[in-house]
Design a protein around this ligand. Structure first.
Ligand SMILES: C[S@@+](CC[C@H](N)C(=O)[O-])C[C@H]1O[C@@H](n2cnc3c(N)ncnc32)[C@H](O)[C@@H]1O
Length: 262
């Protein structure tokens, strides 16, 4: 069993399902708005996952633009390459590539974006150096990550929930990245605007929400770790799925907009 969450075929499918919920559709809309893309711009999506954001970016820059996505997961790249791009959108190219070795020349992009990726990365310094390298002077960078200590998730067994979430934190290299990300972006050489917060809030249980789709992802990851048995985890899942109107979930994601100096 690997330490962090591995984006195999099943995990890629689960992530795609959670990213198709209205909660994450709204998050992508906000990310695209904050990037303030102009027609014809070239954009890099670092850790492009299932390609949902890259598809939105392609629409934003239009047919004269260019969108490139890189990822280390073949399962994610397969999902992304199978995704239809709307008429009038930029072409989208996907390449296998790590955040620490971006397969494009210096100054290739007007903008770069990395959502829910850097928290999986051990060497943030190398990742940010690569992002800076492939941006043109004046190019924009948007990074979005979750601070998992911001989670509020109601359960009838708060102690079990606390321990499940402790195991779940192991799915990332840094579950609390946002609190140090501004400093790390500045140290990498970016000019950094004050961060913004996007809250995912689900009240009342519904399967087709961020939290509803997160439950099976957490269940799959924690089972077999820290002594959690399938029966233990089934109990946790059943509790959450039967709370009905008493279900309460809130989680903060932080958005950093940065610029490569001229
Ligand atoms: C939670 S998904 C987010 C996907 C996408 N950015 C989005 O928001 O829709 C994390 C993605 O980061 C990718 N990833 C993790 N570590 C990476 C690395 N070192 N280099 C490139 N991609 C990486 C994973 O393969 C996965 O596709």
């Amino acid at each position: 069993m690997t330490a962090m969450l591995e984006f195999d075929v099943e995990a890629a499918r689960q992530v795609e399902a959670v990213y198709l919920t209205a909660d994450v559709v709204q998050q992508r809309r906000e990310v695209v708005r904050l990037l303030a893309l102009a027609a014809g711009e070239a954009v890099l999506d670092i850790g492009s996952g299932p390609g949902l954001l890259a598809t939105d970016l392609a629409r934003a820059v239009g047919s004269t633009g260019r969108v490139c996505g890189i990822d280390v997961s073949d399962s994610m790249l397969a999902l992304a390459r199978g995704r239809a791009v709307l008429a009038g959108s930029a072409p989208v190219e996907y390449r296998h590539g790590g955040v620490d070795a971006v397969p494009y020349p210096d100054g290739s992009f007007d903008a770069a974006v990395s959502t829910q990726v850097l928290e999986y990365v051990a060497d943030i310094r190398a990742a940010l150096a690569e992002a800076l390298r492939v941006l043109r002077p004046g190019g924009r960078m948007l990074v979005l990550d979750t601070d998992w200590s911001s989670i509020v998730w109601h359960s009838t067994d708060p102690e079990r929930m606390r321990r499940i979430l402790l195991t779940w934190e192991q799915h990332l290299a840094d579950p609390f990245l946002p609190r140090t990300l501004g400093r790390q972006l500045r140290r990498a050489g970016f000019d950094v605007a004050p961060p913004q917060v996007l809250t995912l809030l689900n009240v009342g249980y519904e399967a087709a929400t961020y939290s509803g789709q997160l439950i099976p992802i957490v269940a799959r990851f924690v089972t077999g770790r820290d002594g959690w048995t399938a029966a233990d985890v089934d109990g946790w899942v059943e509790d959450l799925q039967t709370l009905g109107p008493d279900s309460f979930f809130s989680l903060n994601r932080y958005v950093f907009c940065a610029t490569k100096p001229q």
